[in-house]
Design a protein around this ligand. Structure first.
Ligand code: DGL
Length: 269
């Protein structure tokens, strides 16, 4: 019995890791589409096609519930997949909503009209595809009014992380934070809107300053998943857990082991 966690590459491991801590008795099947990462520089149709193909493979491997632990896939594909109709007993969930509920201090399922919230100036760091989709702003507008969102598209960061070049990733994060601050000098909160970025969370926090509250998705998504599984215990699936990749399993295992600081072994998808 396994719940599926999907990302274009290694970023979703930040969500997986939080979910494993929060739900130690649940098995997870992690699927990294490393052969096609990064998604963030692809167009929406391309991201949709790749995401649909991965989700179908995960359903075939016995996952009834697949979490798109990838903002780029959530932005480009989630709504289309859900609106296109899901096979009986299968579900796909994304990662935006738990984050926005935390930012707007809402409980799950609170569908009351949008209202003023505690923050007014929010920095969003995400991939070029997520930024241009404006999916974050759209979801936020359902829940909050009067929030000024300045989005910074962080080109290059995902490639550097996938290549294991953390020195380059840090330098790019600092330059993207500088660029954001030129547009919004004093954000009150910052959203790490790509699941790769929590691997660089300390660099974001240091560059933004300690007064800025940084929201990252791991624990927020894990809490929301725990709540979902309590309400839908039948969604645990029937397949085995583990780690699969469309990339080179040895290389991806090395990187994953380096990031999570424990042995992770991928097999071919
Ligand atoms: N980690 C993914 C996200 O949350 C995708 C990064 C990419 O492949 O560009 O957006």
């Amino acid at each position: 019995m396994a719940v599926g966690i999907f990302d274009s590459g290694l970023g979703g491991l930040t969500v997986l890791s939080a979910a494993q801590k929060r739900l130690p008795d649940v098995d997870f099947l992690y699927f990294g589409d490393n052969a096609h990462a990064p998604y963030g520089v692809r167009d929406a149709d391309d991201v949709y096609d790749l995401t649909v193909s991965a989700v179908h493979k995960m359903w075939d491997l016995g996952c009834d519930l697949v979490i798109l632990a990838c903002n780029t896939a959530s932005a480009a594909a989630l709504r289309r997949i859900q609106e296109g109709g899901l096979p009986k007993g299968k579900r796909v969930l994304g990662v935006f909503v738990p984050l926005i509920e935390a930012l707007t201090e809402r409980q799950w399922g609170d569908n009351s009209p949008p209202r003023e919230v505690g923050v007014q100036h929010v920095a969003l760091f995400a991939t070029p595809a997520t930024v241009s989709s404006r999916a974050f702003q759209r979801e936020l507008a359902f829940r909050a009014i009067g929030v000024d969102v300045e989005a910074q598209s962080c080109g290059g960061v995902v490639d550097a992380i996938e290549d294991g070049d953390l020195i380059l990733a840090e330098a790019l994060v600092r330059s993207h934070v500088d660029a954001l601050k030129r547009k919004m000098p004093e954000p009150e909160a910052a959203i790490l809107g790509c699941t790769h970025y929590p691997l660089m969370e300390q660099t974001f926090q240091d560059a933004l300053g300690q007064d800025v509250k940084v929201f990252s998705q791991g624990t927020l998504v894990a809490d929301s998943l725990a709540d979902y599984l309590e309400r839908h215990p039948d969604m645990l699936g029937s397949g085995d857990g583990g780690y699969v990749t469309t990339g080179d399993p040895a290389r991806v295992s090395d990187r994953a082991t380096q990031f999570l600081r424990r042995q992770i072994t991928f097999r071919s998808a």
